[in-house]
Design a protein around this ligand. Structure first.
Ligand SMILES: NC(=O)c1ccc[n+]([C@@H]2O[C@H](COP(=O)([O-])OP(=O)(O)OC[C@H]3O[C@@H](n4cnc5c(N)ncnc54)[C@H](O)[C@@H]3O)[C@@H](O)[C@H]2O)c1
Ligand SMILES: [Zn+2]
Ligand SMILES: [Zn+2]
Length: 442
């Protein structure tokens, strides 16, 4: 029996759980074939013509919208600091006012997740669902949400944009008063409650995103709606690390053409910062890392010289000053180590040098330098999310990838099914590779 396309339209347009790669505005469902309650296949029409697709979920009843209901799904729960995550069945409550519930399709691991999971230099808060770098589809929206709808392809972001506060209205700030990063909060802003639970016991959120779950609830101001044709398994890395590094250089350090830039830390964030320096036309890009296995990979990102601080018995800032006739024009620190932050500042040239801090420091870290380093006209800056305003700017960064002005594939060195998420932690702890994409359907 052939079922009318109207059936699907009635129950939530093209439902993301059934057809995760389709989008209601670009794909028109022409015909759905079903036998009894089983959906066999469906014919869709997009800009390239007709295609037949296999739905993910085959039962007609499952197509019915889940909006307004509690969803049971898999999530990777961190029960204790530093202990492997456990895949659990969790309950995800519907979104409340100004919130959205997302189906996460791909997520990746950023070092910030690891710091808070280890909780060595950060406040412990457990049980918690980590994850903040991800791509997904809106499943349902809460009251008052007008600019997002079920089926929209989105990137959740750890820092938001309400578009109304003084920061959102200020051209230079992305530190939204309402939705700026808050690492200590484990609940939703609106009611101080968690949307996740197991047998009625709440599980804490992380960075307002908690993407290590098949479904998550996020404030709508922390969600960037992107081009539905952008492949979410690639652009998900733009939801934190790559945009942060790229923006730290392009929006904050702003190296003039022909300048010399030092990058401290050659992980994904640092190499994205190097990519920014290359795009800006820097002529020397000096990579600084304690792990020499990072150097080979870094060549693909335009890093021209390498310094391992462990090879010297004097401060690395002195080594860099010697290499560059007095100091680098710009430096970007992407390690999270306070000593590297101090070196990154002290290695910039007096008179004009600018250093930008990106790494997330230990909660008790103190930055110490002699004030004369400022008096001699060096500038120190810092940034979250590369100064991008997430909702306004992120769709444009995605467009850069779509227009082939930005390569993302080279940042993706590993991929694992969701059931093996702990492997992603092992890779990062070993310093193996850059980003590991976690496929939520595996
Ligand atoms: N400000 C932001 O908005 C923001 C966003 C994302 C990530 N971060 C932070 O950026 C940092 C990098 O993240 P990542 O995911 O690329 O991590 P990563 O672990 O992949 O890379 C960090 C690199 O720094 C190197 N390193 C560590 N200590 C060093 C030292 N003292 N000197 C030289 N090199 C050193 C490591 O060997 C590694 O290669 C982390 O601190 C993370 O929390 C900040
Ligand atoms: Zn991050
Ligand atoms: Zn705001």
């Amino acid at each position: 029996m052939a079922m009318a396309a109207g059936h699907l339209m009635r129950c939530g347009v093209i439902h993301p759980r059934v057809f995760p790669v389709l989008h209601p505005t670009t794909h028109r469902v022409e015909k759905i074939m079903s036998r009894g309650s089983r959906v066999i296949r469906c014919q869709v029409h997009d800009s390239r013509g007709f295609t037949t697709v296999q739905p993910k979920i085959r039962k007609v009843e499952e197509i019915e919208s889940t909006a307004g209901q509690v969803i049971q799904c898999r999530a990777a729960v961190a029960w204790e600091a530093g202990k492997p995550l456990v895949i659990e069945e969790v309950e995800v409550a519907p979104p409340k006012e100004m919130e959205v519930r997302l189906k996460i399709l791909y997520t990746s691991l950023c070092h910030t997740d690891v710091y808070f999971w280890e909780a060595k230099g950060q406040t412990p808060l457990f049980p918690r669902i980590f994850g903040h770098e991800a791509g997904g589809i809106v499943e349902s929206v809460g009251e008052g949400v007008t600019d997002l709808a079920p089926g929209d392809h989105v990137l959740p972001v750890f820092t938001g944009e309400c578009k109304e506060c003084a920061h959102c209205k200020h051209e230079e700030s992305n530190m939204c008063d309402l939705l700026r990063i808050n690492t200590e909060r484990g609940v939703m802003i609106s009611d101080g409650q968690s949307r996740f639970s197991i047998n009625g016991e709440p599980i804490y959120h992380f960075l307002g995103t908690s993407t290590f779950s098949e479904y998550t609830v996020v404030h709508s101001g922390c969600v960037a709606k992107i081009d539905p044709l952008a492949p979410l398994d690639k652009v998900c890395v733009l939801s934190c690390g790559i945009s942060t590094g790229l923006g730290a250089t392009l929006n904050v350090a702003k190296p003039p053409k022909g300048s010399t830039v030092a990058i401290f830390g050659l992980g994904a964030v640092g190499l994205a910062a190097a990519e920014g320096a290359r795009i800006a036309g820097a002529s020397r890009i000096i990579g600084v890392d304690r792990n020499p296995t990072k150097f080979n990979e870094a060549k693909k990102f335009g890093v021209t010289e390498f310094v391992n601080p462990m090879d010297y018995d004097r401060p690395v800032q002195e080594v860099l000053a010697e290499m560059t006739g007095g100091g680098v024009d710009r430096s970007v620190e992407c390690t999270g180590n306070v000593n590297a932050m101090i070196s990154a500042f002290e290695c910039v040239h007096d008179g004009w040098g600018v250093a930008v801090l990106v790494g997330v420091p230990h909660k008790e870290a103190q930055f110490k330098t002699h004030p004369i380093n400022f008096l001699t006209e060096r500038t120190l800056k810092g940034t979250f999310f590369g100064n991008y305003k997430p909702r306004t700017d992120l769709p444009l960064v995605v467009e850069k990838y779509m227009n082939k002005e930005l390569e993302l594939e080279k940042f993706i060195t590993h991929s694992v099914p969701f059931s093996e998420i702990n492997k992603a932690f092992d890779y990062m702890l070993k310093g193996d590779g850059l980003r590991c994409i976690i496929h939520m359907d595996g």
